[in-house]
Design a protein around this ligand. Structure first.
Ligand code: TMP
Length: 253
C-alpha cells in the first residue's frame, strides 16, 4: 500500500498531501492541548466532532460567499481542503470579555464589549503566540495593508455568521480565533478562511445557563470535553438526538 506524504503535524491536526495538486487532506486528531501544550491529553472522539463541526461552519461560510479553504469532508476524521499559504497570524474576534482579555484588562468574563474587538497574535509556538499590533504586521511584512483590510472584513463576516448560527441554537459566541490563508489563482492571490472552526478555537456559552461548551472545559477541568462538543453538534443537527456517535458521513462531490 502506498504511503501518503505527511506535510505537517500540528497539535490537533495532521496535514497530508491531497490527491490532486493544490489540495491537502486535514486529519483531525483526538489530541487536546492548552497553555501552549503544557497541558495535554487524548480525548476520544474530539477529532471526529471537530471534523464535522468545522465542515458545518466552513460549508455555511462558503454558502454565503465567505471564501474558505474547505472543499469536502472525506470521512469521519479527514477533510479535503485547498492548499494555501497560512499567514502567520491568529486573528481573534471578541464579542464578550473572557480568557486572556479579561486577565490582561481586568474585565469580568462575560461582560459584553461595546463592539466586536479584533486582536492579532503572532503565530509562533516557541514565543507562545504573542499579542501584536498592526504596526508589527506592517513593519515585519507579515501582511500588506490590502491583506489587513481583507482580513478585517473576513473576520467580521465570520463573526456575524457564527454569532447568528450559534444564537439560533441557544449558544452565545463569546470569542473565536481564525487563521487566514493565501491561495493563488494564476497571477492573482486571494485570502480565505483556513485551518478549522470548532469548539477548540471558539468560546461558546449556553445562553440560559452560561455553561461552557468549548475547550475551556479542558483548559479549566470543568467536565467532559466530548460531552460539551457533542452538545454543540447535537444542537446544530450535526449529530442525531441522544446519539453517542455523530451521523454517518455523506460524501459531497
Ligand atoms: P484567549 O482568550 O486565550 O486569548 O483566546 C481567545 C480565543 O482564541 C478563544 O476562543 C480561544 C482561541 N484560541 C485558539 O484557538 N488558540 C489558541 O492558541 C489560543 C490561546 C486561543
Amino acid at each position: 500500500m502506498a504511503r501518503r506524504k505527511k506535510i505537517y503535524e500540528g497539535k490537533a491536526k495532521t496535514l497530508y498531501e491531497g490527491p490532486e495538486p493544490g489540495t491537502i487532506v486535514q486529519y483531525f486528531k483526538d489530541d487536546a492541548t492548552a497553555f501552549n501544550a503544557e497541558k495535554r491529553d487524548v480525548i476520544e472522539g474530539k477529532g471526529v466532532l471537530n471534523n464535522l463541526l468545522s465542515e458545518y461552519f466552513m460549508m455555511g461560510l462558503n454558502n454565503i460567499g465567505v471564501p474558505t479553504h474547505f472543499l469536502k469532508r472525506l470521512n469521519m476524521r479527514e477533510q479535503l481542503v485547498r492548499a494555501c499559504e497560512i499567514i502567520p497570524l491568529e486573528v481573534v474576534v471578541r464579542n464578550y470579555a473572557a480568557g486572556s482579555m479579561s486577565k490582561r484588562l481586568g474585565i469580568d468574563e462575560g461582560t459584553q464589549l461595546p463592539r466586536p474587538i479584533i486582536e492579532y497574535y503572532y503565530k509562533d509556538d516557541k514565543l507562545g503566540d504573542p499579542l501584536i499590533t498592526e504596526e508589527h504586521i506592517a513593519a515585519f511584512g507579515w501582511a500588506s495593508q490590502q491583506d489587513m483590510d481583507d482580513i478585517l472584513s473576513l473576520a467580521l463576516r465570520v463573526n456575524d455568521f457564527l454569532s447568528g448560527v450559534m444564537f439560533g441554537v441557544g449558544i452565545r459566541l463569546i470569542d473565536f480565533k481564525i487563521e487566514i490563508g493565501r491561495v493563488y489563482d494564476g497571477d492573482f492571490q486571494r485570502l480565505v478562511v483556513a485551518d478549522e472552526i470548532s469548539p477548540d478555537s471558539c468560546r461558546l456559552w449556553d445562553i440560559e445557563t452560561n455553561q461552557k461548551l468549548d475547550k475551556d472545559v479542558f483548559r479549566r477541568d470543568l467536565g467532559n470535553l466530548t460531552d460539551a462538543y457533542s452538545e454543540v453538534a447535537r444542537r446544530l443537527g450535526v449529530m442525531p438526538k441522544n446519539a453517542a456517535t455523530p451521523i454517518k458521513p455523506t460524501l459531497i462531490n
